[in-house]
Write a protein that binds this ligand. Structure first.
Ligand code: 5AD
Ligand code: SF4
Length: 440
């Protein structure tokens, strides 16, 4: 019996899909990348913005023909759109037989077996749990060299624009012992880099479901794992970034000098309406403190343009922060209405052309900054963790792709296979979104 998994969205979805694949393989199912051959397909979806949500419908539609030819074929829809639309998918697509949210994910492998035994059954797993639903422990024989480990699920912040608290439920921290066991096992099996994942990792342990461990404590303990070379975490909320965690950037050798710290906007007025609970000044203070703790630290961020009521003046505040902080990179989005959020109900929506124009200006500025930052690295020596062999090969050498300490993608040529290695590299060129290096 063969299956495919299609994943949209954030790293949490990627990590969830990886678990799903391992768990199904353990039950004897075979993963295939050729959807044509699959007996069932699982879609792990994202609804954080409008565009990725629309993609889900066209993806499911693609399988209609396949189902008409083979009526036992079925699709399962999970993740944020799965949670949000739920059984609505059953009405729209006769071949969708399973819908699940992230809290229901842990039950999916069992339910797939049930669906195969009962061909007319349809199953929905949409209830929110009031604890972190631990999953069956399945680890690959050989772990990827860089792995993700979930430390929590859900979010309590209810930022005005965000659908996540509705699709992933309340924040539920995972017990420290579970996180540590998973991290240790993955390192024993070859992982060298761990990224701790959560919607708002800085408030790990601050909810009533966890065991009371703080995020700083968790970082300290994970950092002690023998054999671990690099530690990262994402995503952070500026309001919950503690001084203790900031100091750890200067204390823990394995903690990489890079932080993704979503700003969203630079205007205090809009930050307030968004419910972000920090000001531009507080954000800039955090950046300064982080730079004091770890002078070479680099930053990336998320930005939204055209939030309801955003004026040209507000927007300029965002541009100003970009210039002050000089992020290495920024993921920028036009505001889009998400069902059920406070912002959806706001009146003074910004016209599409204005949003588009602001996005272009913002991205042009960021590109300049990124180029400036990347050019400063040319000629420098650094350590790159090689993750994959590149798809495109050519010439006499092999081509590889890895990341440096600052999470920048580096492409490297080498005459020998350097996969999974930490290699000393000299940076020779800055491309638009990556660097080129040669092995020393
Ligand atoms: N519109 C545009 N961008 C959004 N994001 C979240 N919700 C919305 C929305 N309604 C962005 C934020 C967040 C990132 C994951 O997606 O910048 O940090
Ligand atoms: Fe959404 Fe805000 Fe929670 Fe991030 S912190 S997931 S933006 S509600």
């Amino acid at each position: 019996m063969k299956f495919s998994v299609i994943t949209f969205g954030c790293q949490m979805n990627v990590a969830d899909s990886n678990w799903l694949i391992l768990s199904l393989q353990k039950r004897g199912f075979t993963l295939t990348l050729k959807e044509k051959e699959a007996d069932f397909v699982l879609l792990n979806t994202c609804s954080v913005r409008e565009k990725p949500e629309q993609k889900v419908y066209s993806e499911i539609g693609r399988f209609r023909k396949k189902w008409e030819q083979n009526p036992s074929f079925f699709v399962g829809v999970g993740g944020c759109v799965g949670q949000q639309i739920g059984e609505g998918f059953f009405e729209r697509f006769p071949y969708v037989r399973l819908v699940f949210g992230t809290d229901g994910l842990y039950l999916v492998p069992d339910k797939i077996e049930e669906l195969l035994n009962f061909p007319h059954k349809r199953i929905s797993l949409l209830s929110f749990e009031d604890f972190y639903p631990e999953r069956e422990k399945v680890f690959p024989e050989k772990a990827d060299v860089s792995v993700f480990v979930n430390i929590m699920q859900g979010c309590d912040n209810f930022c005005a624009y965000c659908i996540v608290p509705f699709t992933r439920g309340r924040q539920k921290s995972r017990f420290k012992a579970e996180v540590l066991t998973e991290c240790k096992t993955l390192v024993e099996r070859g992982a060298k880099e761990i990224t701790l994942l959560g919607q708002n990792v800085n408030s790990y342990g601050q909810d009533k479901y966890g065991d009371g461990t703080s995020f700083a404590q968790l970082l300290r303990e994970v950092a002690l794992i023998h054999g671990l070379k690099r530690l990262r975490f994402t995503t952070s909320h500026p309001k919950d970034l503690s001084l203790e965690v900031i100091r750890l950037f200067g204390e823990l050798e394995v903690l990489c000098p890079h932080l993704h710290l979503p700003l969203q906007v630079g205007s205090d007025r809009i930050l307030k309406i968004m419910g972000r609970k920090y000001t531009k000044k507080r954000y800039l203070d955090l950046i300064e403190k982080l730079r004091l703790a770890r002078p070479d630290i680099s930053f990336t961020t998320d930005l939204i343009v055209g939030f309801p009521g955003e004026t040209e003046e507000d927007f300029k505040q965002t541009l100003e922060v970009l210039q002050i902080v000089e992020f290495e990179n920024a993921y920028s989005f036009k505001y889009s209405d998400r069902p059920g959020t406070r912002a959806e109900k706001m009146e003074n929506k910004v016209p599409e052309e204005v949003k588009q124009e602001r996005l272009i200006r913002l991205q042009a500025l960021q590109e300049k900054i990124t180029q400036k930052k990347y050019k400063q690295v040319v000629g420098k020596e650094e350590e790159v963790l090689i993750e994959t062999i590149s798809k495109r090969q050519g010439g006499t050498n092999l081509h590889f792709r890895g990341r440096d300490l600052w999470n920048r993608v580096v492409n490297i040529e080498s005459s020998r296979d350097i996969r999974r290695e930490l290699v000393k590299v000299r940076i020779t060129e800055a491309k638009k979104h990556s660097l080129v290096g040669e092995v020393r």
